[in-house]
Structures are given as C-alpha cells and as structure tokens.
Unconditional design. Structure first.
Length: 166
C-alpha cells in the first residue's frame, strides 16, 4: 500500500498531486496514484475529462483508504461491523473522514484499540453455564468482552481523532 506515491495525509494532498500530474500530462501516473489511494477509477476518468473539479473529497479519500486497508486484513465478523461503523462516522462527521486519511492512522491500529479494550479484564463478562451447555461449549469458564456500539464509537473516535499513537 502506498508504494509509489507514499501515504497521503489528506484529500487535499491527493488533489494537489492529481492536479500536478494532470498539468504535466502524466495521466498514467494520475490513474496509478488514484488507484494506490483507493480512489475509484470512475473518479479519475471524470477528473481527467473535466467533469469534476477535483479527484476526491474527504469522504472519497477516507473510504478509499479503508477499502485498501480492508484488502490487507480481510475483516470478518464483528470487525466488518466496526469497519461499516467507521464508514458511517465518516459520512456523518467530516472530522472523522479527515482523521481516517491522516498518516499514521490505520484500520489495523483502530481494530487494535478495539481489541485492546475487549481483552482488558474489567471488560470481560462471564457467560452463564446454561448458555455454554446449550451452545455445546465444554469449557468450565468462558468470558466475552466485545464493546457495545456506544463504547466502540468512543474507541474509534478516540483512536482517529486523539493523539493516542502507540
């Protein structure tokens, strides 16, 4: 990811590079840069043809980065819900969309924070024995620590907008 053009810190950087490549007539590199940043090919085509003034906005840039990151980790189960929640927050709050695009912020990092919360002892809740038996679980003790959506929202917002780089 971001091998040729590097990780861009904002949609403005993507647009600036797209404009420079366009002005140089290097449309192949412009398309490659768009692809490397998860910008749909259709947007590159519309930009090149002059049908749109910029190749992306904050939301397109954030979703493009999330799309690329999902390819790398193939989220399953609750992680799919977390990714969709992040996308929803990008739609509702431009500040989150801008933060998702920031250098050093990543879906892996956000999921790490969600899992870190999940595995803290104080967030683990025991599952009742009759539920374990009904589920065919033979373990003597099982705990579960998945954040509810309110807690997940807080963790996601804190990760992307806070200075909690670890």
């Amino acid at each position: 990811m971001f091998e040729k053009f590097g990780e861009m810190n904002s949609y403005e950087e993507i647009n600036e590079l797209a404009e420079n490549l366009f002005n140089e007539g290097d449309l192949a590199s412009l398309r490659e840069m768009a692809k490397e940043n998860g910008i749909p090919e259709e947007f590159a085509d519309l930009y090149i043809s002059g049908d749109i003034p910029t190749i992306c906005d904050a939301l397109i840039a954030a979703n493009g980065k999330l799309d690329l990151e999902c390819e790398g980790i193939s989220p399953k189960g609750i992680m799919v819900d977390w990714v969709e929640y992040i996308r929803g927050q990008c739609v509702e709050h431009q500040a989150i969309a801008l933060a998702v695009r920031k250098k050093g912020k990543s879906l892996k990092g956000c999921i790490t924070e969600l899992l870190r919360w999940s595995f803290k002892q104080e967030n683990q809740f025991p599952i009742e024995k009759d539920i374990l038996k009904a589920a065919g679980v033979t373990a003597n003790r099982v705990t579960l620590g998945i954040p509810d959506m309110g807690q997940a929202k807080k963790i996601i917002k804190d990760y992307y907008t806070g200075d909690n780089q670890k």
